[in-house]
Design a binder for this molecule. Structure first.
Ligand code: NAG
Ligand code: NAG
Ligand code: NAG
Ligand code: NAG
Length: 280
């Protein structure tokens, strides 16, 4: 390799590392689901949120939307390896409660560094493939590559009943965030129609701080685009509460959103197959 090439590489590397010093928070995932499974680009957070916080482990929270068969406190707690009494308490419901379909549920998790990324571990007995685990069961709270890396399993359904580790997306506050009083980061799965300001307002977060937490630009025009089944980090000063959660409208809209997820799954599986067959 010539000296010039070496210099260019050193220069690029130092640019990358200095920009990641100043951008000390987490880049928004920003990858559409039809590209998500084949994506190994670590400049976004699709592989996980970097282990760059003050603490290597912290309390954090996820939002899950109840869906069959995960709609009781005990089934949802089991899905996330969470404590049922803690889950009931934070959602202000009893331990025998059943949530209505598509109701938001707060999941308390212990978030810790595992290699370069933060994650909360849970385990799941899967037989329908990684894509289904990440985007249907866990609603984008996990992504394909980290599941594959940690379990050496195929992306395709195997019909084998096997228990796998599911790394859930979470993060601990950076120095900047804790200096300004932020104690928790809530991982929020985006649905069609969500915006930075609507999600921030729902949890009493400041829009500017949510933008910074996700390294999104502060522009009104165009406003940053959020893609369904990606996650947004919401910076909180207090734990989230049951009264902040959104119930689904009591109409027939929930079957169609279930259906939408399946459409995404099919599109993504199809594009993954075509991606793979192109490589063959
Ligand atoms: C962190 O805080 C410092 C001082 O308040 C500020 O100059 C810097 O821009 C912040 N960095 C990020 C990534 O928010
Ligand atoms: C991102 O990927 C590049 C190339 O594969 C690697 O050199 C780098 O260490 C990775 N960064 C992180 C934070 O994993
Ligand atoms: C999280 O950590 C706390 C304190 O270490 C512990 O009491 C709790 O059981 C843990 N929760 C889970 C779900 O592992
Ligand atoms: C989570 O799982 C990964 C991979 O199986 C493991 O390396 C890590 O130690 C686990 N973390 C915790 C906190 O159990």
């Amino acid at each position: 390799m010539g000296i010039l090439q070496s210099l260019i590489i050193v220069c690029i590397l130092s640019l990358i590392s200095s920009s990641s010093d100043t951008l000390a928070q987490q880049p928004y995932e920003g990858v559409a689901i039809n590209n998500a499974c084949a994506n190994t680009d670590n400049s976004t957070s699709i592989l996980g949120y970097s282990c760059n916080g003050v603490n290597p482990t912290c309390q954090s929270y996820l939002i899950f939307r109840s869906q069959t068969p995960y709609y009781t406190v005990s089934s949802i707690a089991a899905l996330f390896g969470s404590d049922p009494s803690q889950l009931a308490q934070i959602n202000s419901v009893s331990q025998t409660w059943s949530f209505q379909t598509n109701q938001e549920v707060i999941i308390p998790v212990n978030c810790s560094c595992s290699g370069p990324y933060y994650q909360a571990n849970t385990s799941f007995n899967e037989q329908f493939g990684v894509f289904n685990v990440a985007y249907n069961t866990y609603q984008g709270l996990s992504t394909c590559q980290p599941i594959q890396n940690q379990n050496s399993i195929s992306i395709f359904p195997t019909n084998d009943d096997q228990t796998i580790t599911v790394p859930l997306r979470c993060a601990c506050p950076t120095k900047n965030q804790s200096d300004s009083g932020i104690k928790y980061l809530l991982t929020f799965p985006i649905q069609q129609g969500d915006s930075i300001s609507s999600v921030s307002a729902q949890f009493g977060a400041k829009t500017m701080e949510t933008l910074a937490a996700n390294e999104l630009p502060n522009t009104n025009n165009p406003t940053p685009t959020l893609l369904p089944l990606t996650t947004l980090l919401v910076p909180l000063r207090n734990p989230p509460t049951g009264s902040q959660l959104i119930s689904p409208p009591t109409s027939s809209s929930s079957p169609s959103s279930q259906c939408k997820i399946w459409v995404y799954v099919v599109i993504a599986a199809a594009s993954f197959i075509s991606f793979n067959s192109m490589r063959m």
